[in-house]
Design a protein around this ligand. Structure first.
Ligand code: XMP
Length: 486
């Protein structure tokens, strides 16, 4: 047994000391960061892989804003793959597998498919994927008869402008503009469909250059996996669906079975980007980095809905954990970013986490109240709230087991639930509107913080950072005080 004499500190225990600054405007700073060695983000923020925080809708909004969302793993592999696909299909320079219909289907069927998939047109293909034509909403609306065959109302292939799959975004834009097209099918040398470019998608990419996109212009997305044989199959399916980064996420990441799983993933998918966690110590971070992680996730018990520290007595205050882990990955000899996960309540906390050495922060509770988080708002005393729950809470454990047993509730008994030892709680948080508005405030605070720190970039913020420990009186002084808030 030993007692560490070094004090464990967290965000509220410290402030950053202002530095002489060459930054004249907040707009001059660069908030981009390296999430892993291969993935760069415009803003250093991830939405947490929690079932009340990140599914496709949140992940799309996060990537559009320049961050990334991590789809939680408390669903079947098939469902998780579908969530990833929704993100990947939501925007891209090229739609790789456009929605298609057969020539002998009827107009009514085409209308139904367009409504179901929320698209403005379908490609008409034969059984060997040769392009026969294009049917749009306009064709459907103007068709004299809903029972007419698709090939009677479509624009036939010979009247369509097409392009080869190698076309660049600039060339596609010229063609779309010159011919006043909405859709540009891409055909390989044999006349088979190789993709589709839509005017809408090109406009979206130009309107939002900040977005986190892959080399095909599709939004980036992460997906969480756990430990175990079946999780290897989950990882394989997620990567095949286009997942940009896997997040191997277990409560105590500094465990032999987590390290073994990481090594197995590394062997099976050498090219995959893998974030592993969670850890809170020098040794934990060093071991995960040495085992092949492309980023290490840090945080044992700082989360808004976590009770791990209370239930188990274990944890490290988050600021100290970040600093120790940054040292740990450095000692591994690999340049592996650290992601600070949990405990971010304000933009100031985020600035402190980054200044302490984190490349990015993961946020749960603060995003759970957003429109894009799963679940509908509830009204209490005339105010809107949304539900958030720890992934180790009783409610999450019940939902998980019910999903595993596919609704066979007869198999459950009260005694089963009595055996669960939760390490998280269920709660409500105020409804906060769209996540882009919350991100705007967070990133605005970061930009301002960087100017106080005399830093144009996040690495400069880290280099210049000097923390000062404060007292309870200092904490009180930091908040608005001696006034009545309106
Ligand atoms: P915030 O503070 O952003 O933290 O809400 C989100 C992070 O909390 C972790 N998490 C848990 N930790 N018990 C825990 O001890 C839980 O039930 C639990 N659920 C989530 C997780 O790391 C998340 O990203």
């Amino acid at each position: 047994m030993r007692i560490r004499t070094q004090k464990g500190l967290t965000f509220d225990d410290v402030l950053l000391v202002p530095k002489r600054s060459p930054v004249r405007s907040r707009n001059d700073v660069d908030t981009s960061t390296q999430l892993t060695s291969r993935i760069r983000l415009h803003i250093p923020v991830l939405s947490a892989n929690m079932d009340t925080v990140t599914e496709a809708r949140m992940a799309i909004a996060m990537a559009q804003a320049g961050g990334i969302g991590v789809i939680h793993r408390f669903m079947t592999t098939r469902q998780q793959v579908e969530e990833v696909q929704k993100v990947k299909r939501s925007r891209g320079f090229v739609v790789e597998h456009p929605r298609a219909i057969a020539p002998d289907a009827c107009v009514e069927e085409a209308a139904r498919l367009m409504r179901r998939y929320d698209v403005g047109g379908l490609v008409v293909l034969d059984e060997r994927r040769h392009l026969l034509g294009l049917i749009t909403e306009r064709d459907v609306l103007l068709a004299p008869d809903a029972t007419a065959r698709v090939d009677e109302v479509m624009t036939p292939a010979e009247r369509l402008i097409t392009a080869p799959p190698e076309i660049t975004p600039a060339e596609a834009q010229t063609l779309l503009y010159r011919h006043r097209l909405e859709k540009l099918p891409l055909l390989d040398g044999e006349g088979r469909l190789a993709g589709l470019i839509t005017g809408q998608d090109l406009i979206k990419s130009r309107q939002n250059p900040q977005a986190s996109v892959d080399e095909k212009g599709r939004l980036r997305v992460g997906a969480a996996i756990g430990v175990g044989e079946e999780e290897l199959a989950r990882a394989e399916a997620l990567l095949a669906a286009g997942t940009d980064v896997l997040v191997l996420d277990i409560a105590h990441g500094h465990a032999d079975h987590c390290i073994d799983m990481l090594q197995e993933l590394r062997r099976a998918f050498p090219q995959a980007q893998i974030i592993a966690g969670n850890v809170a110590t020098f040794e934990g971070a060093k071991d995960l980095a040495a085992a092949g992680a492309n980023a290490v996730k840090v945080g044992i018990g700082p989360g808004s809905i976590c009770t791990t520290r209370i239930v188990t007595g274990f944890g490290v205050p988050q600021l100290t954990a970040i600093m120790d882990c940054v040292e740990g990955v450095r000692a591994s000899g690999r340049a592996v970013p650290v992601i600070a996960d949990g405990g971010i309540k304000t933009s100031g906390d985020m600035v402190k986490a980054l200044a302490a050495g984190a490349a990015a922060v993961m946020i749960g509770g603060l995003f759970a109240g957003c429109e894009e988080a799963p679940g509908s708002p509830v009204i209490r005393d005339g105010q809107k709230f949304k539900v958030v729950r720890g992934m180790a809470s009783l409610g999450a454990a019940i939902s998980r087991r019910q999903a595993e047993r596919e609704g066979d509730e007869s198999a459950e008994s009260q005694a089963d639930w009595d055996k669960v030892v939760p390490e998280g709680v269920e709660a409500v948080v105020p409804y906060r509107g769209h996540v882009r508005e919350v991100l705007h405030q967070l990133v605005g605070g970061l930009r301002s913080g960087m100017s106080y720190g005399g830093a144009f970039t996040i690495p400069e913020l880290q280099e210049n950072a000097e923390f000062i420990e404060i007292t309870a009186a200092g904490v009180r002084e930091s908040h608005s005080h001696d006034v009545q808030r309106v």
